[in-house]
Design a protein around this ligand. Structure first.
Ligand code: AMP
Ligand code: AMP
Length: 329
């Protein structure tokens, strides 16, 4: 029976499903009922399975198995469906499911990124150590919602209230660059898919008002959208080197390591150093700005290639070479 490509209807589903169709797959979107019309409107799904709430997702196991579906994960799946439930489902899953364990916790991420030898923002283990601007973050992939900035322990104590779980990270002043990679197991090669920067509310709006009005505003980092970005070409060797090191380190911590799409979230300082503040071990929504292709993917593949399509191409080549087992985790 032919394989189908299935994903949850949000985040990068349009890209994933369109890419899968371009590579000749049958596609399935699993949508909350009030979102389904979007996927119907764009015609990217051959079948739409409607659910009332994301918590119903694990009950679709048999339906997906019957359709010979391969599930493509993204941040909305991770954000809305219980990790244990995803890990326990028998539905074939593109990627190393075990890497979710490493990605879902900032401390484990740090171990991984340090092992890769990357440059990371300092972490203040105790608020009394805060001696420069710092960003206070909370657990879970909630897109930066609620984060705040502080410059002293006093300010931290005032703002944190009763919250018990947080991370205090050095705030790197520079510009954010999100690097989209794709590591192909089938071709044994790391590819650069593109770069984006994020559009976050309200931090990206604060520069639009005069400083006297900015002073008392609470800065937040709620993700709303993304912009495409091209990087200075002389930075590309460093970009590839960082990606390679992350893959190498991942093989040591969680064999067979990371593969498929992943993203390093960085801030680049004026001395052109990349500070990596997070890793996403799957497709990031920033790749949506290249739903057709990025310039890098176009020159690499000689035809338009989105990250969504690249996933489907990898699956197709794995099927053709009878190597599907190597890319399903
Ligand atoms: P949503 O399905 O839009 O509610 O998104 C679920 C989670 O995915 C959010 O909490 C974000 O962490 C992440 N996410 C969604 N869209 C984007 C985006 N455009 N850029 C970065 N992260 C995103
Ligand atoms: P995150 O949820 O970790 O992706 O962070 C959300 C946003 O906070 C990012 O897009 C950046 O704008 C900002 N940010 C996070 N960590 C840092 C940092 N250490 N230094 C500067 N900006 C940061």
């Amino acid at each position: 029976m032919e394989y189908s490509i299935a994903t949850l209807g949000s985040h990068s589903a349009l890209q994933i499903l369109k890419g899968a169709k371009d590579e000749g797959f049958r596609t399935i979107a699993i949508c909350k009922s009030d979102h389904a019309f979007v996927y119907r409107h764009f015609g990217v799904a051959d079948e739409i399975i409607e659910i009332q709430s994301y918590s119903e997702f694990p009950t679709l196991e048999d339906a997906l198995l019957k359709r010979n579906a391969i599930l493509i994960p993204h941040a909305s799946l991770i954000a809305y469906v219980d990790l244990k439930a995803i890990e326990g489902m028998k539905v074939p899953y593109y990627g190393n499911r075990k890497i979710l364990f490493w990605e879902s916790d900032r401390e484990r991420q740090r171990i991984w990124l340090e092992k890769a030898g990357l440059n990371l923002p300092k972490v203040f283990n105790d608020p009394s150590e805060i001696d420069r601007p710092a960003i206070v973050k909370f657990p879970g992939a909630k897109g930066g919602q609620g984060y705040f900035l502080v410059k002293s322990e006093r300010e931290f104590r005032r703002k944190i209230g009763k919250i018990k779980e947080y991370v205090i990270q050095e705030y790197i002043v520079g510009i954010p660059v999100y690097i989209h990679y794709f590591y192909s197991v089938i071709r044994n090669e790391l590819e650069l898919m593109g770069f984006d920067r994020r559009y976050e509310s309200n931090v990206d709006g604060i520069g639009r008002i005069p400083p006297n009005l900015q002073r008392d505003l609470k800065v937040t980092y709620t993700i709303v959208g993304n912009f495409p970005l091209m990087l200075r070409e002389s930075l590309l060797p460093e970009v590839f080197k960082m990606g390679e090191s992350v893959i190498k380190a991942s093989k040591e911590i969680c064999s067979p390591g990371i593969y498929g799409p992943f993203c390093l979230e960085t801030v680049v300082t004026p001395d052109l150093k990349f500070y990596v503040f997070e890793i996403s071990a799957r497709i990031v929504a920033g790749t949506n700005v290249f739903m057709e292709t990025s310039p890098y993917a176009l020159i690499k593949h000689g035809k338009p290639m989105s990250t969504g399509r690249r996933i489907a191409l990898e699956i197709r080549e794995a099927i053709e070479q009878d190597r599907l087992k190597e890319i399903l985790g």
